[in-house]
Design a protein around this ligand. Structure first.
Ligand code: HEM
Length: 163
């Protein structure tokens, strides 16, 4: 396996495989609350880029649900981070934000969708990743529909997987 690019040092705490320890909680005012499991993969090939895959599953029947994959880049010499994301729902996104300690706070910078994407159309996504002192990773995702307020959609914690 390739040696880690020094540009990734500030994000080395993300690398590896993470699995939800207990089901994550999904919600939004317009939908019934739901539970899901999710596996996160963060890897690199020696470039100053992290490759990632997020795969979510129904907590009850284990069926595949939401999936995202993409890349993470940092602006050299800064704590600015960008996530370049493709989602199976037909959404593509650039999220940008800041790395502070072992916390990433991101907001939609650019967003596009397939012409036939289901409504309602999400307009803004905001997420926080945090490595907690107990070694667990936490992700919280909020979103806003056209003209609507930013409201939490997802909250989940992960443990490092042996894989
Ligand atoms: C519903 C966006 C991640 C599960 C929705 C809706 C939107 C949305 C726009 C429709 C809300 C409505 O009808 O008013 C997103 C975005 C995500 C994301 C932008 C990532 C940033 C996830 C993940 C799961 C999930 C990881 C995990 C399984 C669901 C479910 C519903 C839903 C079960 C309700 C049923 C449905 O509309 O399919 N999401 N979602 N979402 N989302 Fe997400």
């Amino acid at each position: 396996s390739a040696e880690m690019n020094p540009a990734l040092m500030p994000l080395d705490w993300l690398l590896g495989v993470w699995e939800s320890d207990e089901p994550g909680e999904g919600s939004f005012p317009s939908i019934p609350p739901f539970r899901y499991n999710e596996t996160l993969h963060f890897s690199h090939v020696g470039q100053p880029v992290i490759n990632f895959m997020f795969n979510a599953f129904n907590a009850e029947n284990k069926k595949p649900m939401h999936r995202e994959c993409g890349f993470i880049r940092m602006q050299p010499g800064t704590n600015r981070v960008a996530f370049i994301i493709a989602q199976n729902s037909g959404l593509v996104e650039v999220e940008e934000g800041l790395l502070t300690g072992q916390q990433l706070t991101l907001h939609t910078h650019a967003l596009a969708r397939t012409s036939f994407a289901k409504e309602p159309h999400v307009q803004q996504i905001s997420r926080v990743f945090q490595l907690r002192p107990d070694g667990k990773l936490e992700q919280t995702v909020s979103m806003a529909m056209e003209g609507g307020p930013l409201i939490q959609h997802l909250h989940i914690t992960y443990c490092r997987s042996a894989l």
